[in-house]
Design a binder for this molecule. Sequence first.
Ligand SMILES: [Zn+2]
Length: 154
Amino acid sequence: MTQSDIVFRMAKFIANRNDYFKDVRRGFPAPVSQMLCNPGLLTAWSRIEGDPYPISHGYVDFVDGAERIELGHTRGWSALQYICRLNLIKRGLSLRDFFCGKYNGYTGYVRQVQSNRVFCKRNDRCQCEACDWVKAAQRHFGVGPDTVLSGFLR
Ligand SMILES: [Zn+2]
């Protein structure tokens, strides 16, 4: 796999699990990830110029100020891909570390981070939300929880 393969596959996996690609029937509300152009359901993000995007329903609203919805989607995707690139490629985190967090600086992809730090047992028996993501990612990528995806780089 190339760097882009890893980054894109993880971003797609996350977006899919956040209902970003979900087909919604007419008259039914769109998932928050679609509505806010936020496939990663990120809870904080800043523009290149430094000022943060507004928060709506607890998540970053990438639509803010965009004349066209496409711009919102572009912003949301690049933010999610940035996170995947930083943590999977540059930091070389395993699936477990990516979702559950690792050292002080990185609290993990999954939200409710504070409580998660206390409760996550970091093993297969753990029932926390972060570990649910780890298990789903294991099935998706066909690898173990401690696998470092950047180890597959060629
Ligand atoms: Zn856990």
